[in-house]
Ligand binder design. Sequence first.
Ligand SMILES: *[C@@H]1O[C@H](CO)[C@@H](O)[C@H](O)[C@H]1NC(C)=O
Ligand SMILES: *[C@@H]1O[C@H](CO)[C@@H](O)[C@H](O)[C@H]1NC(C)=O
Ligand SMILES: *[C@@H]1O[C@H](CO)[C@@H](O)[C@H](O)[C@H]1NC(C)=O
Length: 482
Amino acid sequence: MLVILLTFGVLFTFMLLKDTQTSAIGDPGMETDNVRVAIESWNQCNEVGEEAPNMGSPRMADCVDVEHVHCREPTYHHKVQEWQNRLGLSSNPRRMLQTQSVNEYAAQKELYLGSKCDVPDTPGSWQFWMIMLKNGNLDTTAAMCPKNGFKSKPFPQPPEFPCFGKGCMNMPSMYHNYTKGYGEEEKIMKGGFYGSWDLDADAKEAFHMNDTSYYSVSWEKKLCEGSWVFHNLLKTSSKYPWLMLYLRSDATKGFSAGYHYETRGMSVVVPESPHFKVKFTLDIKQGGGPKSQFYLMDIGSCWKNNGEPCNGDVTSDVTRYSEMIINPDIEAWCKPSQLEQCPPYHTFSNGTRVHRTNAAHFPYDAYHIYRAPGNAKHLEEPVKTSDPYSNPQTQEILQILPHPVWGEYGYPTKKGEGWVGDPRTWVLDVGRLSQSLYFYQDPGTKPVKRTWTSINIGTEIYVSDVGHVAEWTVSNFDIIIP
Ligand SMILES: *[C@@H]1O[C@H](CO)[C@@H](O)[C@H](O)[C@H]1NC(C)=O
Ligand SMILES: *[C@@H]1O[C@H](CO)[C@@H](O)[C@H](O)[C@H]1NC(C)=O
Ligand SMILES: *[C@@H]1O[C@H](CO)[C@@H](O)[C@H](O)[C@H]1NC(C)=O
């Protein structure tokens, strides 16, 4: 009797443990046949600035419901048509969305596409994966980007901000292969977006053209089997030396990180530290050169320095980012001789805190850079503040590198892990790691509950002298919560 009771007890406990894990996202593991992908393009301060000619507003979506009987004879029902994807302030005679601002038009278009792609579900509806593109050029003479959320003045082009001249902050061309079935019985589903920031280039040829920027994202899956595989390509050129491409799981409502408009996305539940893990398979085929800051994981959030939640007021909201860079060429700039590159302290997984001046114990090699919010009133010197122009508001950035201190959270502990030729399926304890990281708050304020509205994978190819190519695939993505 006792043995039976014990056995049931153990089984029951096991079932409970097993059942306490669930997914925070609409498409756990990327296994849903119905396609839900959107793409967005940003300029240096996460706006549009100016639409590319004949492209419409840079928000598009590919959403398809796939109908089939026992995985045979699939038919594909597209929910967003080409005329909807081409909607733009400059190109659209119908004027469906009511605004005179190209920036707000893009934000409204995202909500509109979200309404077409919306999947009603419990505990909440969801819309799409978001592919994010960003052009890092900044024309300082045009003063298009605010400085820490306040209106900026024009100033002569400094060397740290690339810009070849007027129009350098342009949006790319955006072309679309609508998802359809290929192969035997049309059971291989495939679609993609591609384009170039070099608007005079033929986007179809841009990948093979000398010194011409290019991006593409394509997705592929076998009906009723496995995961979608997202294949990503990004190529820089001398005119566009600083480009970004990420796959994002953004919150399905509210503001997502770095973006001061309401968004749509995939994270039905916004994951909260320390209780979440992120799982995915990453296969990096080409790294993108020595300055490619490939983010194994990039997490974004927002709170004010006094711990209040963000409310869209760009003069006091602060974007918070943390990223692990896995390109082995990227060095730790944080060192005992460069304390301004380090966060004030490190917290070990057992809770012990070590100050950055404690050279015997501080893990300098675990940090690439720390950049404090430019509007913080109580920073510990020495300190470097974040680029004031590359967000609609102030930002704080903490970039970490593979190191034994992160092993506890399932992150790489050595340079080269997960890099080119070492594809892996990661289960990262992003929740516990992000709880332990240093982020600024005014002294005496209640520590915020850290919630992460954007969870991203991809690369930022930072200002390079020659063109570079990054190529990688992402599949099996999930955010696991209790
Ligand atoms: C788009 O379709 C063309 C023609 O089938 C193909 O050659 C190209 O690789 C596709 N690109 C993407 C990004 O899907
Ligand atoms: C390719 O572009 C680079 C940079 O503009 C230039 O130096 C090089 O001569 C070009 N090569 C060819 C084959 O056109
Ligand atoms: C916590 O971990 C650090 C690093 O491994 C170690 O130096 C320290 O002694 C530990 N503290 C406690 C209280 O165990």
